[in-house]
Design a protein around this ligand. Structure first.
Ligand code: GDP
Ligand code: MN
Length: 393
């Protein structure tokens, strides 16, 4: 489960990671009330479970109630990579220190914004910590040489000495080192004891008055550890109230759905095939809009639910239905697809590939209904190519 920034920060705070004072707001007036309570200047921040909010205009500084009103009105309802903003986090703005050693291309000192994260390196069978002085931008765009990596054996854990050496390897400025040590140790506890798949702070900043603060939080909780954390249910409730409407809708309908940022909607049966479908769409140059596993059955009801969730995603330009009939027969699946098409008005064409038990009968049913809104192709690769072509660029 991906947390929104404010939830991630609440989680961080439990482990002693310093964050700025702030509060949530679901309306313009609530945003102003929060800002008045917190004191100016504040940052108005879109709460969605995707990054790049700053670039999309979802993070704004406000010095007065009028500015808060203006930015909150703009940001609420905004679409950020397919996520509609329904909740804001209003936070006390921080003054970030300027570097005395790092300068941008115009010769101006860079802000002291760092990157820190813990995740799992499956191939190394160890935890992976990443730390960089070049924070505030997507880590993918930071040169590898500027990222200090540390592999941590889960049995040994992270010692303070190792953490100090890691901070030195990352070349964090002297003034940030003691603060960074305590934040990184706390982040490690959050990652391990807090059962995270990812715990990321970007940016971790040094303020002008010498404090270290987490200005952003990206936390993915490990769903397999849910039983250990009854307190996580509050995050779920908030996700449905204010989060990804696509994922909330899918959850309500009992579908295994993960929202992605692309344009090719995907429906497959079985998690393995669904993943393979996401992969092949990428491989032929497309961008998947989601992962969706409809599970074993593929009745008309399931197809209607799956297609309506995909249809609710404004980014979808084509829908790739990839089904391998095992116990479920292809003719049933084909009837499900036809019935679903008759019941909902789709915004994008379907490319269907069905194979397996009773494939010939199933294909015959689809062929009888073939149109520019429903294209049937016999194999996965050509269907993927067609779906990507229809999604355009
Ligand atoms: P993201 O774009 O989704 O990663 O959102 P962030 O929360 O990381 O905010 C984007 C950028 O806004 C940060 O990298 C900072 O440069 C800037 N920012 C956010 N909060 C503050 C703040 O309190 N003070 C200042 N000066 N900059 C901020
Ligand atoms: Mn960020």
């Amino acid at each position: 489960m991906d947390l929104m920034e404010y939830q991630g920060k609440q989680y961080f705070a439990r482990f002693g990671i310093p964050i700025s004072a702030g509060g949530i707001a679901d309306s313009v007036e609530e945003a102003v009330a929060q800002a008045e309570r917190i004191g100016y200047p504040v940052v108005v921040k879109a709460q969605v479970t995707t990054g790049g909010r700053g670039k999309a205009g979802g993070i704004k500084l406000a010095n007065t109630a009028d500015e808060v009103r203006f930015h909150a009105a703009n940001i609420l309802g905004m679409d950020i990579r397919g996520h509609i903003v329904r909740r804001l986090w209003i936070e006390r703005a921080s003054q970030i220190a300027k570097s005395s050693t790092r300068f941008d291309e115009n010769g101006q000192p860079k802000a002291e914004e760092f990157y820190a994260s813990f995740t799992l390196d499956r191939s190394a069978k160890k935890y992976l910590g990443m730390l960089s002085v070049e924070g505030g931008v997507e880590i993918e765009s930071v040169p590898d040489a500027l990222i200090a990596k540390i592999h941590i054996d889960p049995i040994d854990g992270l010692s303070e000495d190792d953490c100090r050496a890691w901070i030195a390897a990352a070349n964090l400025p002297e003034a940030a080192r003691e603060g960074a040590l305590s934040v990184l140790m706390a982040l490690y506890r959050c990652y391990t004891e807090g059962d995270c798949e990812l715990a990321e702070i970007n940016p971790l900043v040094l303020t002008a008055d010498g404090r270290i603060l987490a200005l952003d939080a990206k936390v993915t909780l490990d769903d397999a550890a849910r039983e250990r954390h009854p307190e996580w249910s509050e995050f779920e409730v908030a996700a449905v109230a204010a989060g990804d409407s696509r994922e909330a809708l899918a959850k309500e309908r009992g579908l295994q759905y993960v929202g992605l940022d692309g344009t090719v909607g995907i429906i497959a049966n079985g998690a393995g095939l669904a993943m393979a479908t996401v992969d092949i769409v990428k491989q032929v140059g497309g961008a998947p809009a989601n992962f969706l596993d409809i599970g074993g059955g593929a009745s008309a009801e399931v197809m209607v639910n799956a297609l309506s969730v995909i249809n609710a995603d404004p980014n979808v330009r084509s829908i790739f239905i990839n089904i391998f009939g095992g116990i479920t027969r292809c003719d049933e699946i084909a009837r499900g697809i036809i019935e679903a098409i008759n019941r909902i008005t789709l915004n994008a064409p379907i490319v269907a590939r069905i194979d397996g038990t009773n494939a010939a009968e199933g294909r015959a049913i689809l062929q009888a209904h073939e149109s520019e809104k429903l294209i049937m192709l016999p194999d996965m690769l050509s269907a993927a190519k067609k779906a990507v072509e229809l999604a355009g660029k």
